[in-house]
Design a protein around this ligand. Structure first.
Ligand code: NAP
Length: 248
């Protein structure tokens, strides 16, 4: 299927590896030009080179996406942002008794407010042009909280509530702009090692019997960004190999 987005420009945050890279690569495979981002410029340069192999233009912006200055550079890097994929590192695990205001503000900055700011900086221009796609990488923890990831449960739920409201604004929804969230369950990336003390965990509790592949995640992202997905907005799509036990 031709997704009808070749030649468009996507800003994919936190995209030198893992789920963000999976999204960037799937979009590149659809002929979408990219602005990619990560803090480490070396890893970012390697990722960008791989993405250029798809024959698209790729611009690199190294820096911490939670910084307003870096977000400004990201928005300036593309001629226009047709597609915005919000992503950032996840907050550390722990016990909420150990977290003060500083830890909460960092988590909110990373997993809620940065996405809110980039949405604010892009969606009205998307609407003026009659096409826009926003995909936020959140977490299955929004649907089923993970006990030791309270910072993630809380911050990402805040973003989810915000997006649910904005997606339904007629000045966006009636002008070709959709906003959706992708909720990863457990995927085979560096993040899963980090949350398991550095060792690969067993895929217990996942009916699929394995961890997800970032390329599968990227394919779902590319579909939500496609021309065909124009009637899907304000939704939360869980990709977890069947781990969530509910009917809905
Ligand atoms: P990952 O493999 O560790 O990759 C994270 C990517 O983001 C890297 O490219 C990293 O590059 C970049 N990055 C991190 N913090 C950044 C920042 N502040 N500014 C710019 N770039 C940044 O992680 P992942 O597994 O893909 O996870 C992506 C998101 O999904 C995280 O928020 C994670 O919590 C969430 N998630 C993942 C899973 C899973 O199973 N993998 C499940 C649920 C939720 P640099 O380090 O060079 O900046």
């Amino acid at each position: 299927m031709d997704f009808g987005i070749a030649g468009r420009w996507a800003l994919v945050c936190a995209s030198s590896r893992g789920l963000g890279f999976g999204c960037a690569e799937a979009l590149a495979g659809e002929g979408v030009n990219l602005v990619v981002n990560a803090r480490s410029s070396d890893t970012l340069a390697q990722a960008a080179e791989r993405l250029r192999g798809h024959g698209v233009e790729v611009r690199e912006v190294a820096g911490d996406v939670t910084s307003p200055a870096v977000r400004g550079m990201l928005l300036d890097a593309a001629p226009q942002v047709d597609i915005l994929v919000n992503n950032a590192g996840g907050p550390p695990p722990g016990d909420f008794r150990d977290w003060g205001e500083q830890e909460w503000l960092a988590a909110l900055q990373s997993n809620m407010l940065t996405a809110v700011e980039l949405i604010r900086g892009t969606v009205d221009d998307m609407a003026a042009r009659g096409f826009g796609r926003v995909v936020n990488i959140t977490s299955g923890s929004v649907k089923a909280p993970i006990a030791n990831l309270g910072l993630s449960n809380g911050a990402r739920s805040g973003l989810t509530g915000f997006v649910a409201g904005v997606a339904r604004q007629p000045q966006l929804a009636a002008h070709g702009v959709t906003l959706n969230n992708l909720l990863p369950g457990r995927f085979a990336t560096a993040r899963i090692l980090q949350t398991n003390g550095g060792t690969p965990p067993e895929p217990t509790g996942i009916p699929a019997g394995r961890f997800g592949d970032p390329a599968e995640f990227g394919a779902a992202c590319a579909y939500l960004c496609s021309a065909q997905a124009g009637y899907i907005t304000g939704q939360n799509l869980l990709l977890d190999g069947g781990a969530y036990p509910g009917t809905f």
